[in-house]
Structures are given as C-alpha cells and as structure tokens.
Design a protein around this ligand. Sequence first.
Ligand code: 5GP
Ligand code: MN
Length: 344
Amino acid sequence: MIKLFSDKKIAELFELLNTSQKITVVTHVNPDGDAIGSATGWCSFLRKRGFNPIIIVPNHFPNFLKWINGTENIHVYFNNKDTCERLLKNSDLLFCLDFNNLSRLGALGEFIMTLDIKKILIDHHIGAEEKNFSLAFSHVPISSTCEIVYRIIWQITGRRHVSPQIAESLYAGIMTDTGAFTHSCSSDLFRIVADLMECGINREKIHSSVYNSFSVNRMRLMGYFISKIEVLPEYRTACIALTKEELDRFEFESGDTEGLVNIPLSIRDTVLSVFLTESREGYIKLSLRSVGEFSVDDMARRYFNGGGHKNASGGKSFVSLSESVTFFKSILPEFKDALLMVND
Ligand code: 5GP
Ligand code: MN
C-alpha cells in the first residue's frame, strides 16, 4: 500500500499535537457510522499516545452506533450547549472529521467560527475548504474518513498502535460508508480490512450490531417508505417524500431513515433516488443517491445547498415539502440526457 500523505505532513501533525494541551474532535450533523467510527477510533489512538481528547457532535446519533467503545463519553451540543461551549473555549486543537466545511456542523459550527483555534481536517468529501484549516488530510477517492484515519495511523506506527477497540471503530465506519462493501472499495481497502481483522475484530458482531438491531417501528417505517416510492421512469428516477407526521407515526428516532434512500436503486433501470423529509429543524432534508457517472453532488450543490460524494449526497430546501418535491421534478428535464446515459 502506498503512503497517501507526505512525511512532512505527518511531521506537521505531530508538531501541532505536541504544542497542544486540550484536544477536541468534532464531526457533522446527524453523525453516521463513519463520523462516529472515525471520531472514536482517532480518539482511542490519541489516548494511546498520551493525549486526552474529547468528542463533541452537533446532535443525536443513532442507537445502532451506541455499542461502539467511547460513544458513552460523547458530548452532544444540542443537549448541552453550555458545557460544550466551555469545553471548546478551553481547547487549543480541533480535529474536524468527516465533513468538508464548518457549515456542516450547524449551530456548533457557527460557535466554532467565533473561536481562534487551530483546526485539522480529516475527510473524504468533495470540495473541502482546506484553506480554513491549519492542516488537511483530505482525499476524495477514499472510501471513508475511517480509512483515512487508518492510513494516518499506519503511516505513523504501522499496525502497532491499532488496538481491537480502534480496529472495531474504524471497521464500523468503513462498513457503513461503503454500504457493507458494495461501493468505493479499492483493493487497498480490502488489505486494510485484512489488517483490521488481524487486530482482533469480530466482523459478524459488528455487522449484526449495526444492521440487525432495527426496532419494530423502524422495520414498519421501511415498509411504509417502500409503499410511497414514486417512480419516474422517463428520468430513471425514484422520489419519496415523508412528512414529520408520517415519521412520527413510526415513533421516528434519529438514524431510522438511514439507508432507506438506497432501496429504490434496486428497481430495474433506476439510477437516481431522492428522499425528502421534514426535519426537526424546520427545513426539508434531501438525501440523494445515484449510480455510475451521474453526480448527485453536482445536483445537490447546484440546487439544494448541499453536496457530499458523486453517488451519495445530501442537501436542504427551505420551502414546504410538496413545493420541494415539485421543484425537484421541475429540474429533472435538465438532467435527463445524463440520466439516460448512465450505465447501470
Ligand atoms: P445523507 O443523505 O446520508 O444525509 O448524506 C449523504 C452524504 O452527503 C454524506 O456523506 C453526508 O456527509 C453528505 N451530506 C449530507 N447532507 C449534506 C449537506 O447538507 N451538505 C453537504 N455539503 N453534504 C451533505
Ligand atoms: Mn464519511
């Protein structure tokens, strides 16, 4: 496996670490497996090197990630603003994991922007604003932030400092961000997975903790979601919209909608899937998934104040749910040629 980062960059990382007293790790709104896995894995590594970092996330993270070691100590900004702000004011180094721009942290990001603090980015999203960071480990073609964290650790120490705990966190993030190894998998990724297995992880246990831990409500929500799929065959597109009231019928909890947007891509000839929901924060949240060369990052960036990856992006809309659906359908003709050209 080749080194992704120069020795100079790794030396700069140590220079920043060794001149810092209080380290904080932050990750994006609606933290997913990669966000939580990379934050807990990186913190375990830092702890082994004698640091005492803390993790702050903007809002709740799903129950199916709560078995990961270290999640019990995560501070949730939404629940406890004052404590989080005090901790951040006392920090002198911030690791920014799994997002490309502080705006992805919502209100937490706005607070961080008021602080004079050194920031290090570790991320794999398109369009990272590297100039806003003291140092950036940003690589778009890499499967996940967890893979980047592994590669940094590997460059520093080989596998020597990868405990079973670190390996478990990183594997969980790699598994979830690749859709259980269905996309973004390079041959190097499988070499890394082999390394993680040799570090003592239990793959079956991790898989089962994440994917076989649905509540009955979550399962029924999935059935309801499927019943509401609208297929637009002329655009090879599927579109699903759920109101807050519909979500509440299933006692919706954070994480319950995770992964649903991928389901319509199993319909023959469908290459674009868009899922719109009314968020608790008052705006419409869009999740976009595509196949092949069609870039949902492009679509989300241009029309929905968002972005992410070529085949998986998110965005926001600030009109009503039905107006957002109408607007989404109104832009489809512009993308028709590109959608028809996709080799699926
Ligand atoms: P999801 O649809 O699962 O919320 O997000 C898919 C991908 O797009 C994730 O990698 C996520 O980090 C990114 N993403 C989600 N929402 C936004 C957004 O509002 N802005 C940007 N830039 N990226 C987003
Ligand atoms: Mn990620």
